[in-house]
Design a binder for this molecule. Structure first.
Ligand code: SF4
Ligand code: MG
Length: 324
């Protein structure tokens, strides 16, 4: 994805002026085949809008998305659906309550005119079996299943098309912790077996650390840091990433993680702060942070958008840190 931006025109009331919400603002992301790109951030940071754009469901206001170098707008929705499939948080709303689950899983094949009815049903049943729902469940309706089983149906429906990329938006957030682990392990097994690439969107850092190979941290529609998972969790550089990690880790004095005051209210996305959008909540802010926006720049440990890590000096400051 290059320069991906999605702006919505929003009116707070009939007499209120229209304002522009940049839900996703100039996002550049790339993902290599077979990787799991985790996207984390608080709710309202633009994660779900980004997911819908990556699926071709929401057109970007500007910027572009390419798959193997081909712009997805030129591919068309049908061709996209064969290569990129979603798994959303609450599959219940998207599973037809009157259909049996084999018929639900076979539907994308039917829509794309793949196989005969008998072949489609056989393929759906085989895929359901693969995700842990044996044939005896084939004619159960979604309402007869648990939340975890419904998520397995949604995964089977996504995979029955043989996609290359699966966009998972909070796929386990609605589930109990024990069921979450089962679904995550299933997703990881399926990735190996089918050579899948995942974009995995979550506000749950522990889940992302478990499953992702690369992590991008979003704040107010922008990517503020992107790095290999171990690097991001071991040596977070952006003060927002540090604050996110500190909010779930036991605070350890001397670890160098400052109190960034994340308790401060999330800013109004319609009226984002000038300069660095994180500056009102940042304990490490510099005088220029309120007026000058940092750009996402490649450093030795990944990309970061913060004046504490200027592009030219990134190597020096990182070297300084590891030596201290
Ligand atoms: Fe904090 Fe400034 Fe870095 Fe923004 S640019 S995260 S305000 S230090
Ligand atoms: Mg969301």
């Amino acid at each position: 994805a290059r320069g991906l931006t999605r702006a919505f025109s929003i009116r707070a009331g009939i007499f209120a002026p229209r304002r522009t919400l940049h839900a996703v603002n100039g996002v550049d992301l790339s993902i290599r085949k077979g990787e799991v790109l985790g996207i984390v951030g608080e709710s309202g940071c633009g994660k779900s809008t980004l997911a819908r754009m990556l699926l071709g469901l929401t057109p970007p206001s500007s910027g572009s998305i390419a798959l193997d170098g081909q712009d997805i707008r030129a591919m068309g929705r049908r061709a996209m659906a064969r290569r990129v499939q979603p798994v959303f948080q609450d599959p219940y709303s998207s599973l037809n309550p009157r259909r049996g689950i084999a018929s639900i899983v076979a539907l994308p094949l039917e829509v794309h005119g793949i196989g005969t009815a008998a072949e489609r049903r056989a393929r759906a049943i085989a895929m359901l079996d693969r995700v842990g729902l044996p044939a005896r469940y084939a004619d159960n309706t979604p309402g007869q299943l648990s939340g975890g089983q419904r998520q397995r149906v949604a995964i089977a429906r996504a995979l029955v098309m043989n996609p290359e990329i699966v966009i998972c938006d909070e796929p386990t957030s609605a589930l109990d912790v024990s069921v979450q682990a089962q679904i995550l392990n299933l997703l990881m097994d399926l990735r190996r077996e089918f050579g899948l690439t995942y974009v995995f969107i979550s506000h749950n850092l522990a889940v992302v650390e478990h499953i992702a190979t690369q992590v991008a941290v979003m704040y107010l529609g922008r990517v503020v840091e992107q790095a290999e998972t171990a690097t991001l969790f071991g040596q977070p550089r952006h003060p927002y990433t540090q604050a996110l990690l500190a909010s779930v880790l036991t605070p350890e004095p001397g670890l160098g993680i400052p109190d960034t005051g994340l308790g401060l209210a999330f800013p109004d996305p319609l009226n984002p702060p000038p300069g660095c959008p994180f500056h009102p909540r940042c304990a490490q802010r510099l005088p220029e942070c309120a007026s000058r926006a940092p750009v996402l720049a490649q450093g030795p440990l990944g990309k970061v958008a913060c004046h504490l890590h200027p592009p030219g000096a990134a190597g020096l400051s990182d070297a300084g840190r590891s030596a201290s």
